[in-house]
Ligand binder design. Structure first.
Ligand code: B4P
Length: 194
């Protein structure tokens, strides 16, 4: 199995690049943001609870997202590998992911982090908010709160994987295709060294 984490702040292009990477490498895409939005669309109890939290720009509780990922791993026993997008977002989630993958006798090959300036992130998210209908993208206050949460709770996740020498940083500004080409170059290098 070949498992990757695509990491970066909100708006760094994780969702955008994941769509292209899963086609290129035949991986199963696991996005906790997408899973949560599908619960919201279905108006499930979990979705109703998550929406209230996400609309403030805050992170959904660890046990909720860890449960979702655990079920998704169980539901895909024959996957050739997973691309984790937007997960793990806290150190607790990172440790839980390691344990879940251990049970499947596999592990994370690399965390690829997209680096994008704060002003570019805010610009991208507000632009998406004009058309996407995503309530967490429409207001600059909420967007900035998501960045505060990222700096407070998520950026440390990179330190967790650095101790195992698994972090690669990629410049996340430029066209979508330019960034995709940079990602493929890194991933091909990792695959060739396996
Ligand atoms: P997510 O759904 O993970 O999404 P995101 O952080 O908003 O950004 P992403 O990085 O995927 O967006 P993209 O750049 O593709 O999270 C939403 C919320 O869910 C979180 O705030 C949190 O509340 C909750 N949540 C999710 N996972 C959780 C977890 N594990 N634990 C707790 N809570 C969790 O897209 C941004 C925009 O930029 C798009 O419009 C795109 O078109 C544009 N763009 C992309 N690349 C570009 C480029 N190169 N140039 C210009 N624009 C570009």
């Amino acid at each position: 199995m070949f498992n990757l984490i695509l990491f970066g702040p909100p708006g760094s292009g994780k969702g955008t690049q994941s769509e292209k990477l899963i086609t290129q490498y035949g991986l199963k895409h696991l996005s906790t943001g997408d899973l949560l939005r599908s619960e919201i669309a279905g108006k499930t109890p979990l979705g109703i609870e998550a929406k209230a939290i996400m609309d403030k720009g805050h992170l959904v509780p660890d046990e909720v997202v860890i449960g979702m990922i655990s079920s998704a791993l169980e539901a895909n026993p024959h996957a050739k590998g997973f691309l984790f997008d937007g997960f793990p977002r806290t150190s607790t989630q990172a440790e839980a992911l390691d344990k879940l993958l251990d049970l499947k006798k596999t592990s994370i090959a690399a965390m690829i982090a997209l680096a994008v300036s704060e002003e570019e992130l805010v610009k991208r998210l507000l632009k998406r908010g004009e058309t996407s209908g995503r309530s967490d993208d429409i207001n600059e206050g909420i967007v900035r709160e998501r960045l505060v949460e990222y700096h407070k709770k998520t950026s440390v996740v990179a330190d967790y994987y650095k101790q195992f020498d698994k972090v690669v940083v990629i410049a996340g500004e430029g066209t979508v295709d330019e960034i995709f080409a940079r990602l493929c170059k890194e991933i091909d290098g990792i695959l060739n060294n396996k």
